[in-house]
Design a protein around this ligand. Sequence first.
Ligand code: SF4
Ligand code: SF4
Length: 194
Amino acid sequence: MFETYVKYLAFLNGKLAKFFESQKPYIFCKKGCAMCCKHTQLPYSLLEIKYLLTGFLQLDKETQGKIEMNFNRIAEEKKNFKGDNFLYDCPFLIDDVCSVYEYRGIICRTFGLMTKKIDGRTTVPFCCFQGYNYSNVIDLEEKKISQKKVKERGFPEEPYGFNIDYEYLTDAEIEHAFQVSFGEKKPLIDWFID
Ligand code: SF4
Ligand code: SF4
């Protein structure tokens, strides 16, 4: 059922590994840092959710129970939320570790890199402003990469914004090329909680 999707993920993982390698001077991800899985809203397609759930079903009962408790807590938070941009800690994050790492969605695989958005903008990861990725070359006032800092630090090239926008990585061309169908897309939590 997931044969073509798994092939696509292998292709994507290979690309992302090269991208991360090329950005090494700017990347400060550390084991145990799970900020990108917290206080967020993650787009997930139907295909990604189904794949994620195959990972969930392979977990031991205790971990599954913890995830279910997370869902209950988030459902309660969502019920009491008054604004229009509900953010949440990913329910699959257990003790700051992804419990379904091999099965995680596409957006989760791109965390931490500079991205060229589908509308042409280039964005840095939010953790840049908290002293992590790309923070060594950011101009905090201008909120953009400082060419001066890149030069001063003697980096061979400036950081690069990759075509890893979620919309791009799940578009019709990808579907055609890899014979996959992503189906409906919505925030992860909305697949489980109304
Ligand atoms: S699925 Fe895993 S990697 Fe993705 S947000 Fe949740 S805990 Fe983080
Ligand atoms: S991308 Fe940023 S927030 Fe996420 S693990 Fe790396 S350093 Fe932490």
